[in-house]
Write a protein that binds this ligand. Structure first.
Ligand SMILES: Nc1nc2c(ncn2[C@@H]2O[C@H](COP(=O)(O)OP(=O)(O)O)[C@@H](O)[C@H]2O)c(=O)[nH]1
Ligand SMILES: Nc1ncnc2c1ncn2[C@@H]1O[C@H](COP(=O)(O)OP(=O)(O)O)[C@@H](O)[C@H]1O
Length: 188
């Protein structure tokens, strides 16, 4: 059986990585989503064990103590996120490749661990103003959470050059097709 590879999509909040990752998962059957753990509250429409493993801070800390994470971080104030070793093992053991939707630091850490077996894709918004508009129109964040995400975006965008590929998400259809091409090319 061919060993699975790792594809990491990353971007500032609101750039469109979740939209692109969901599209790729719909279209390609040899990639599976790495479900992360998080301590943030569940948004409307999200499901436990599908979008995230929604954990209490205590449950999250236990997993850190038991060394269950490949990487983990406090991405936003008081909100922890982490990739489980068991997710990567489960998916690659089935012969599938893993697709991640994680933050910029997490992405670069995964790349350090897995090297050439891993492709990092930075989803670039056309501009910071458009990023803000998308986040506002998604309508999922309080004023405070929105500000945290926007404040972090500039620093995250400076890291784009450390990624294997930068994917511009301006016209959504074009970006979706480009995302499929990038993944299929890497998995060839
Ligand atoms: N390092 C790391 N970041 C993660 C993980 N899971 C999700 N994230 C990132 O955490 C950030 C916040 O995610 P989320 O709360 O879903 O908000 P959104 O980006 O605004 O949709 C995003 O950049 C996610 O990609 C993970 O396992 N590890
Ligand atoms: N190319 C695009 N043009 C317009 N809106 C977009 C585009 N890509 C994504 N969006 C919208 O922008 C918002 C943020 O996208 P999302 O995938 O949640 O971003 P992220 O996961 O990076 O935080 C969502 O409401 C999504 O529908």
């Amino acid at each position: 059986m061919k060993k699975g590879k790792l594809i990491v999509f990353s971007a500032p909040s609101g750039a469109g990585k979740t939209t692109l990752v969901r599209y790729a998962l719909e279209k390609l059957n040899n990639i599976k989503f790495s479900i992360s753990c998080t301590t943030r509250e569940k948004r409307e429409g999200e499901e436990h064990e599908k979008d995230y493993y929604f954990l209490s801070p205590e449950e999250f800390k236990t997993k850190i103590a038991n060394d269950e994470f490949v990487e983990h971080e406090e991405v936003y104030r008081d909100n922890f996120y982490g990739t489980l070793k068991s997710e990567v093992e489960r998916i690659t053991a089935e012969g599938n490749s893993v697709i991640f939707d994680i933050d910029v630091i997490g992405a670069l850490n995964i790349k350090k661990i897995y090297g050439d077996e891993c492709l990092t894709v930075f989803v670039n918004p056309p501009s910071l103003d458009i990023l803000k508009e998308r986040l506002i129109s998604r309508n999922t964040e309080s004023e405070d959470k929105l500000k945290q995400r926007i404040d972090k975006a500039g620093i995250e965008m400076e890291k784009a050059k450390e990624f294997d590929i930068i994917l511009l998400n301006d016209d959504l259809e074009t970006a979706k097709q480009k995302a499929l091409e990038i993944i299929q090319d890497f998995l060839k």
